[in-house]
Design a protein around this ligand. Structure first.
Ligand code: ACO
Length: 374
């Protein structure tokens, strides 16, 4: 096998079909079940989009009512899981906490290994309903605060703010968060979704596939980038320092977080919508200094390299202005992507083939084990 036959990072390799979402490289567009993501963000709630991702169609009023009722009924987590979360070190990585919680839910589910439509939906909806409760408890314990119980009277996004901050903020903030959830929900064969599909292909269970996907999302080249963007902007500090900071970072051959994409080379279709959501947060909070820095940094970097922002560039500072701790941005991404992951797990199960690529060996030639090893 020659070097050219090896597709490092599987770049450009089509490994299977999917009906969940379509990424069109040439036009930088993304559709979920045929609907452009920016139209969904403008017209729908995250709950409607979650339903769409799993069922293939947007819900009717009655279907949505039933779906949201069922999600609200499942939000509460078992007291032993609360104790487990509270027992973890305060400085443990929040993605390790999420991964532990997902593994726990699998460990206590006597039907964890069941498959088929009904079993899959049950587990997927349980994870979707309980992940916000888990992330909120983790946030509060780090601040030395007691958990706040979920409220059945609040929608998905408003309830999350209620559980994290013990209050529901202005409508624009809740809506901006909901939009971010829609934009983060699904993205074809990205690294974490592919991880979930690889695990599923061995006929392992949904909890195991999701726990693996959480691990893949944690990395800064993938989901961890939304946190890395905020850390970077905080390090830069002010708009007038952007250019000099970029000079230094590029001289040190650093990757600039929140820019570039394996698939989109001319811009990410989710960015304009998330940028607007970020701007609405600037309006609410009055933090124009962060917006000035954001604009100056983007203009400078894009001008030099022609590498465009991805979704993590506007979402990081938007979550910051919503009041979330930087270390919780990637767990928030998990809350959204659980919908896409589980849809792909179901799709993989329905037409499974073990995912097992080949490698080209470049180690030692075959040799004998010496009898005398010194
Ligand atoms: N900063 C600096 N240079 C970059 C960046 C960047 N963010 N992105 C790409 N490049 C450069 C590379 O150095 C490389 O240059 P070279 O050809 O001179 O070596 C060229 O552009 C091609 O880049 P690759 O890394 O080969 O592109 P790839 O498709 O493998 O990488 C990736 C995509 C990993 C997302 C990359 O752009 C990156 O590391 N970005 C920063 C991390 C990030 O924002 N990740 C979030 C992805 S989106 C998401 O998960 C929601």
């Amino acid at each position: 096998m020659s070097e050219q036959d090896i597709k490092k990072g599987l770049a450009g390799v089509v490994v299977d079909t999917t009906a969940v979402s379509k990424v069109v490289q040439e036009t930088n567009s993304l559709t979920y079940r045929g609907y452009p993501v920016q139209e969904l963000a403008a017209a729908c709630s995250f709950e409607e989009v979650a339903y769409l991702i799993w069922h293939g169609e947007l819900p009717t009023r009655a279907q949505l009512d039933e779906f949201t009722r069922s999600e609200r009924d499942k939000r509460e987590i078992d007291p032993q899981l609360v104790d487990l979360l509270l027992s973890l070190p305060r400085d443990s990585h929040p993605m390790h906490v999420v991964q532990t919680a997902v593994a726990y839910l699998g460990a206590v589910d006597p039907h964890a290994d069941e498959t088929g439509e009904e079993a899959n939906r049950r587990i997927a909806e349980r994870l979707y309903a309980q992940l916000p409760t888990i992330v909120a408890i983790d946030h509060r314990r780090r601040h030395g605060l007691d958990p706040v119980a979920p409220s059945k009277d609040l929608g998905y996004a408003a309830n999350f703010f209620h559980m994290v901050f013990d209050e529901v903020p202005a409508e624009e903030i809740v809506r901006a968060f909901d939009i971010s959830m829609i934009l983060y929900a699904e993205h074809s064969f990205n690294a974490s979704t592919f991880t979930a599909r690889v695990i599923t292909s061995t006929t392992s269970d949904m909890y195991s596939a999701v726990a693996g996907a959480v691990g893949a999302l944690k990395g800064p080249l993938h989901g961890g980038a939304n946190e890395a963007v905020m850390a970077m902007l905080e390090e830069v500090g002010t708009a007038d320092r952007a250019s000099e900071w970029i000079d230094r970072a590029l001289a040190e051959k650093k990757k600039i977080m929140g820019f570039g994409h394996r698939v989109y080379k001319n811009g990410d279709s989710r960015v304009p919508t998330m940028r607007k959501a970020f701007e609405s947060m600037v309006e609410v909070t009055g933090d124009t200094q962060l917006l000035d820095l954001y604009n100056a940094f983007e203009e400078d970097f894009v001008g030099r390299k022609g590498i465009y922002p991805n979704l993590d560039y506007p979402s990081g500072p938007a979550y910051h202005l919503m009041g979330f701790d930087t270390e919780q941005f990637t767990p928030i991404f998990v809350m959204a992507r659980i919908t896409g992951w589980t849809a792909h797990i179901m799709e993989q199960q329905a037409a499974n083939a073990l995912i097992r690529p080949l490698s080209a060996y470049d180690g030692q030639e075959q040799r004998e084990v010496p009898a005398d090893r010194g």
